[in-house]
Design a protein around this ligand. Structure first.
Ligand SMILES: NC(=O)c1ccc[n+]([C@@H]2O[C@H](COP(=O)([O-])OP(=O)(O)OC[C@H]3O[C@@H](n4cnc5c(N)ncnc54)[C@H](O)[C@@H]3O)[C@@H](O)[C@H]2O)c1
Ligand SMILES: O=C(O)C[C@H](O)C(=O)O
Length: 320
């Protein structure tokens, strides 16, 4: 069987890391696309030259031409600009919206059957815009954020409980911004929900609240440390987890920015919700029951995302 083809739109920090991971995991042949001349070609060659030591079978090609992504099975979009210290993700909306238009049109013309994972910020609005510009089916266009936010939550929890990250599961829903909703009731250590662990005196409510806040600020914490850009190792790993679920029809239950039309009482919008990813893309949005306080937090996150989508419509008439 022919290898899968993975197109990476944007060959910056995340794009290069995605290419490296996709090759090492032998998910398929990789095409790195960028408007910057030389960058995708240089990164593709550099990663290909790691193949003899790493012993992977995958070809890597760098390009500035959309025609090279033709027939891609998966497109992962990181094209655009990251934030700098002092900025919010929402400050990137105007500049990255224009990028989504070019990328959406490029994917529609060359890889209309692909499963498309958007990473560019502000995530929930950009995945919505990318879907609109590309015209691809909603279940084939999804945003990466919940896997990353949940991974950060899991990491911080594993430090607090001094247990393996493997035994910590967590769910972060809502928009990928300050209003994201880390769900403590649905997060566990080896199946024991976090509120029970507080009752067992394994941690305190104050410590748990601080971890929830650190998770919400997880992106800004790294931006503040790096100063010249944002996180890229964990974001790339998160998107690869989603791509692998699609390519291998794993039916993973992962939190993603997915199209909700009826689920969670929403009428046609993208926001972070639990999904099942398999060979058809988003196979299902898992409509979990939220408690009153969780629903209120989710609602305010939904309102924040709606505001960004309205801002996109105000900038680009074709989206209105
Ligand atoms: N969703 C998430 O959880 C998450 C996590 C981390 C970063 N991000 C976002 O991902 C994006 C990329 O981050 P990065 O660190 O890789 O940035 P980066 O600056 O390292 O790379 C972005 C690349 O996009 C390219 N580019 C710009 N316009 C383009 C266009 N029209 N077509 C093709 N390529 C284009 C640039 O040349 C650059 O190489 C940012 O918007 C960042 O905020 C999102
Ligand atoms: O914080 C950012 O700007 C990048 C990304 O959204 C992240 O959460 O790391």
């Amino acid at each position: 069987m022919a290898r899968a083809k993975i197109a990476l739109i944007g060959a910056g920090q995340i794009g290069g890391t995605l290419a490296h991971l996709a090759a090492i995991k032998e998910l398929g042949d990789v095409v790195l696309f960028d408007i910057a001349e030389g960058t995708p070609q240089g990164k593709a060659l550099d990663i290909a030259e790691s193949g003899p030591s790493e012993k992977f079978d995958a070809t890597l090609k760098g390009t500035n031409s959309y025609s090279d992504i033709a027939g891609a099975d998966v497109c992962i979009v990181t094209a655009g600009v990251p934030r700098k210290p002092g900025m919010s993700r929402d400050d990137l909306l105007g500049i990255n919206l224009k990028v989504m238009k070019a990328v959406g049109e490029g994917i529609a013309a060359n890889a209309p059957d692909a499963f498309v994972i958007c990473i560019t910020n502000p995530l929930d609005a950009m995945v919505w815009a990318l879907r609109e510009f590309s015209g691809l089916p909603h279940k084939k266009v999804v945003g990466m954020a919940g896997v990353l936010d949940s991974a950060r939550f899991r990491h911080f929890l594993s430090l607090e409980f001094n247990v393996s990250m493997k035994d910590v599961s967590a769910f972060v829903l809502g928009g990928h911004g300050d209003t994201m909703v880390p769900l403590t009731r649905y997060s566990t250590v080896a199946g024991i929900p976090l509120p029970d662990l507080v009752e067992m005196n394994w941690t305190t409510q104050e410590k748990l609240d601080a971890i929830v806040q650190r998770t919400r600020d997880g992106g800004a914490e790294i931006v503040g440390l790096l100063k010249t850009g944002s996180a890229f190792y964990a974001p790339a790993t998160s998107a690869i987890e989603m791509a692998e679920a699609y390519l291998k029809d794993q039916r993973r239950l992962l939190p993603c920015a997915a199209w909700c039309d009826g689920e969670f009482g929403l009428k046609g919008m993208y926001v972070g919700v639990p999904t099942i990813i398999g060979a058809n893309g988003i196979e299902k949005v898992v409509n979990i029951k939220l408690a009153k306080d969780e629903q209120e937090m989710f609602n305010s996150s939904v309102e924040a995302v709606k505001g960004l989508v309205e801002a996109c419509k105000g900038i680009d008439d074709s989206l209105a």
